[in-house]
Design a protein around this ligand. Structure first.
Ligand code: DAT
Ligand code: MG
Length: 237
C-alpha cells in the first residue's frame, strides 16, 4: 500500500517537475502527489499529519503540510528513480532461427515466468552492417562473416529485460554458447542443436548490456513502469 502511494506521488511529481507539460491535468496530478506524499509520510514528518483536514482548526499547520508535500513528493521521486537506475537491464535477441522455428513465445515466457520485466521489444531485420556492429568484438573470428549474414537474414526479436541480476541470470537461462554443451533446462539446451543456430543472444556483462541496448534501442523505446507482480517477486508487500 505504502509503495503504491509512493509510486503515485512520484508519478505525479514527475509530471509537476517536467516544465513543458503544464496543464490543468498536471495540477490535478500535483494535488494527487501532495495528498499521496502527505499520506505516505504520515507518522514520519510531524507537520504532515494534518494535511487535508478541514476540522483541525489550525489553518497554518494545514498550509505548512501542503507546502511540504510537494518537496516530499519530489524527494520520493528521486528515491524511486535512484532505485530504478539501480535496476539492471540486459539486451536479449531471438535470432532469425528462433523466430522462424516459432519459439518467440517459448523464449519470452522463460524470462517472464522467472520474474524479469520486459521493458522494450520490437521485431527488426538488421542490415549486415548493423549485425557487424553488434558482433564487432568477434570480427577476427573465422565465423564472423557467416554469423553476420545469418543475423541479418530475417526478423529478429530485440528486447530489453530488467530485473535483479538479469544480465548474469539471463545468460544462465540461455545456456552455453554451443548447444551441445548447454545444460538441459536452458533455452539452448532444450531448443537448439548446433552453435551456428543457437536461437538467442544475451549480453554477457554490464558494459556490453549498456552498449547493446544503446545500439538496438532509442532511449524513448524503453518503458519505465511498475509491474504488479514486482511486490510478489521481490517481496516488498
Ligand atoms: P554467445 O552468443 O553465447 O555470447 P559468443 O559471443 O562467443 O557467444 O558468439 C556469438 C555467436 O557467434 C554465438 O551465439 C554463435 C556464434 N559462434 C560462436 N562460436 C562459434 C563457432 N565456433 N562457430 C560458429 N559460430 C559460432
Ligand atoms: Mg556474446
Amino acid at each position: 500500500m505504502r509503495s503504491q502511494i509512493c509510486r503515485s506521488a512520484s508519478r505525479a511529481a514527475r509530471y509537476l517537475l517536467s516544465a513543458p507539460r503544464q496543464s490543468s491535468h498536471v495540477f490535478a496530478e500535483g494535488r494527487a502527489a501532495a495528498a499521496a506524499a502527505a499520506v505516505s509520510l504520515r507518522g514520519k514528518v510531524p507537520y504532515l499529519t494534518s494535511y487535508g483536514r478541514t476540522d483541525s482548526g489550525n489553518a497554518s499547520i494545514g498550509w505548512i503540510s501542503g507546502a511540504l508535500a510537494l518537496p516530499a513528493a519530489a524527494y520520493m521521486l528521486q528515491e524511486q528513480e535512484a532505485h530504478a537506475a539501480e535496476m539492471e537491464r540486459t539486451f536479449i535477441a531471438i535470432k532469425p532461427d528462433g523466430v522462424q522455428r516459432g519459439l518467440i513465445a517459448e523464449i519470452i515466457s522463460r524470462f517472464e515466468r522467472k520474474g524479469f520485466k520486459l521493458v522494450a521489444i520490437k521485431i527488426v531485420v538488421p542490415s549486415k552492417g548493423f549485425a557487424q556492429k553488434h558482433y564487432h568484438d568477434l570480427k577476427e573470428r573465422p565465423f564472423f562473416n557467416g554469423l553476420c549474414d545469418f543475423l541479418s537474414s530475417g526478423p529478429v526479436i530485440a528486447m530489453v529485460w530488467e530485473g535483479e541480476g538479469v544480465i548474469k541470470y539471463g545468460r544462465k537461462l540461455i545456456g552455453a554458447t554451443d548447444p551441445q554443451k548447454s545444460e538441459p533446462g536452458t533455452i539452448r539446451g532444450d531448443l537448439a542443436v548446433v552453435v551456428g543456430r543457437n536461437i538467442i543472444h544475451g549480453s554477457d556483462g554490464p558494459e556490453t548490456a549498456k552498449d547493446e541496448i544503446n545500439l538496438w534501442f532509442k532511449p524513448e523505446e524503453l518503458v519505465n513502469y511498475t509491474n504488479n507482480a514486482e511486490k510478489w517477486v521481490y517481496g516488498e508487500n
